[in-house]
Write a protein that binds this ligand. Structure first.
Ligand SMILES: [Zn+2]
Length: 341
């Protein structure tokens, strides 16, 4: 099957998106619109802005260049109504790509520079998700709160408590379903965040962690053994450690695989076989995720096609059919509609 045949086949496939960041997924048009509304115009045209927001040829292969793309969206996402707006736009785009289960993730603290509290910052995203849910009742939605590693373990503990306060199972609306750490791995090993994860676990949040994207296999071990995660973000380094591969398979720890992003950040080098092959061969569960649809110029559909070109369309259909089991969204724990309106 060629690219367009794969697209046609995979377009209607109900997709499970378990790893997508708000900041890196805001459509460029929406960032441009809000920049103008707030009289913030770092560049003269939408095309120019798009070049700053999306990874360009020649910029691929460096995590720092990749993370730098998150800089401009932060100008506009310091305001409650803008956060609501961008979240709705992300959900509309995801729905069009066939996503039916969507866990967005978001670091509340980096949206507080204009005076929002972390709690308001979380509520803004949830508000956008709840608005979008009215237009897309078929979608299952949840939010994963991210603590940035560079802010240290204490801020992470505060965030875990804030996240619990908005936990899905305590509200009748879309809420927080999970907890994560992200940001520069080296020098910030997962074990430092043990207490924050313990708080999140006691609050019945699902646990995942960015690990093994640029960090060593040991960080993935720590995420599993010390933090108690049931999913790992990227996890590319696991292929260097046979014992770890056996552990991921034995305990059915799911790896959130982001094919385009891994090429863009250099987590997987040009010409290198993507670890997803080894994960599947070892019986490790995987999900296909976009990471950042704008930065990586992709969508859940494009990632499905990219994966199908490597693994075949049948395998992609199986991955999406199975990944829902690892979702942190647990409707059975949600309160009835109208309970806390
Ligand atoms: Zn990520």
């Amino acid at each position: 099957m060629d690219h367009s045949e794969l697209r046609a086949r995979l377009a209607p496939l109900p997709k499970v998106e378990l790893h997508q960041h708000v900041d890196g997924s805001i459509p460029a048009e929406v960032t441009w619109e809000l920049m103008r509304k707030n009289r913030l115009q770092p560049v003269d045209s939408l095309d120019e802005l798009r070049r700053r927001l999306e990874i360009q040829p020649g910029e691929e292969g460096s995590l720092l260049a990749y993370l730098d793309k998150m800089h401009y969206p932060l100008w506009i996402t310091q305001f409650y109504e803008n956060i609501v707006r961008v979240t709705e736009a992300i959900l509309t785009t995801a729905a069009a790509a066939g996503v039916r289960t969507l866990e967005l993730r978001y670091s509340p603290v980096i949206h507080t520079f204009a005076g929002l509290t972390p709690r308001q910052s979380i509520r803004a995203v949830l508000s956008g998700m709840n608005h979008a849910k009215k237009r897309h009742p078929e979608m299952k939605l949840g939010l994963i709160v991210i603590a940035m590693r560079q802010h240290g373990p204490h801020i992470a503990k505060i965030l875990a408590r804030q996240a619990i306060a908005e936990a899905q199972h305590l509200h009748a609306r879309t809420g927080v379903v999970g907890f994560d750490i992200a940001g520069p791995e080296r020098g910030n090993p997962p074990r430092l965040f043990k207490s924050a994860y313990e708080i999140a676990r006691l609050g019945r949040l699902g646990l995942t962690a960015h690990a093994g994207e640029e960090g060593p296999p040991d960080y993935i071990w720590q995420a599993i053994d010390t933090l108690g995660v049931t999913r790992v973000g990227h996890g590319c380094a696991a292929v260097k450690d046979k014992e770890l591969m056996r552990r991921l398979a034995r305990d059915k720890v799911l790896v959130e695989c982001c094919l385009s992003s891994n090429a863009h950040t250099g987590a997987v080098k040009p010409g290198e076989r993507h670890p997803i092959h080894a994960f599947l061969e070892a019986g490790i569960p995987v999900a296909l995720c976009t990471d950042n649809t704008t930065v990586s110029r992709t969508s859940a559909l494009e990632e499905a096609v990219r994966a199908a070109e490597l693994l075949g369309a049948d395998a992609v259909e199986q991955i999406h059919a199975g990944a829902g089991e690892w979702s942190f969204i647990r409707p059975e724990t949600a309160l009835p509609e109208g309970f806390d309106d």
